[in-house]
Design a protein. Structure first.
Length: 290
């Protein structure tokens, strides 16, 4: 497969195909699922088509008693089995994204009620632990706030390249963005991670992205072109295009995707019924072949 970053002909073919198939309506991306443990052919094929075109699909179902096991089985039906064993993941590969009173855990914004800027999951992971897909499922929404926004990272690349191909060239620099190591009590929990923002992933051969809008402890390569390109990327993310999606997930709704760019707005919680999302992060992409 030709590299769309380096081959103009491959890029043009990919671009035309992408724009002719991508959906821009939230309703068109929502799939009703009867049983997470046993998808019908129609349900599975609809989700696969959406993930192939948009890199994500929304789904809606009733919440079973064994929701964690059911979600794991749902993800496995799309080939998602190699999960990220990060600090706060549970035994089945799912993390409980909810407010915490634990000091160390609360250092990570997802476990607070604060807003989260645009990012891809695991942007700080080394190459051999690259996050290629994740799922997010709402068990209990916040009474106020907590809206998610997202956009297909491949569309972001396309729009930036159409604007000026020098922008994406800068963002593809092999040392474009570095995240310093993370230490806890003098122990290195995560090494320094350096790499491009846009790249063709070796395993999936798909255009991929690692990025965070967080500027604290983030280092861009000492290049005016890369700094300017990152600013233009942020400007695009701040606009509202037909390819931006916004939704506050309700209980029983979920998202499965190939690690698209996403955000979360701040929220007000109910201590008796706190906001709870279940997240799985995986080292392999969704198997989109029908």
């Amino acid at each position: 497969m030709a590299n769309i970053i380096t081959s103009p002909d491959a890029y043009q073919f990919w671009r035309d195909d992408k724009l002719s198939n991508i959906a821009s309506s939230l309703d068109a991306c929502l799939v009703e699922v009867d049983d997470l443990n046993c998808l019908t052919d129609a349900e599975k094929n609809q989700i696969l088509r959406l993930c192939s075109a948009n890199n994500f699909a929304l789904f809606q179902t009733s919440i079973p008693n064994n929701i964690e096991a059911s979600l794991v089985h749902f993800n496995q039906q799309f080939g998602l089995q190699e999960f990220d064993r990060h600090l706060y993941v549970k035994d089945q590969g799912l993390a409980h994204i909810t407010q915490t009173k634990q000091k160390n855990q609360a250092e990570f914004i997802p476990y607070t009620d604060r807003a989260i800027g645009w990012h891809t999951d695991g942007y700080y992971n080394p190459v051999d632990n690259r996050i290629r897909a994740f799922s997010l499922f709402c068990v209990n929404p916040a009474p106020s706030g907590g809206e998610n926004q997202w956009i297909d990272h491949q569309i972001v690349y396309l729009r930036l390249r159409e604007q000026n191909d020098e922008i994406v060239k800068a963002l593809c620099h092999p040392q474009a963005m570095s995240i310093p190591q993370h230490k806890v009590d003098g122990v290195i929990r995560r090494p320094t991670s350096t790499g491009p923002i846009f790249f063709v992933d070796e395993l999936s051969q798909q255009l991929s992205m690692r990025y965070t809008q967080r500027k604290k402890n983030i280092e861009f390569y000492n290049s005016a072109e890369i700094v300017e390109a990152a600013q233009l990327l942020d400007e695009l993310l701040a606009t509202q295009t037909q390819h931006h999606f916004s939704h506050t997930m309700q209980a029983g709704q979920g998202l499965i995707c190939n690690n698209i760019l996403h955000t979360r707005r701040s929220f007000t919680d109910d201590s008796n019924h706190p906001r709870l999302m279940l997240r799985g992060r995986y080292f392999n992409q969704i198997q989109t072949s029908l």
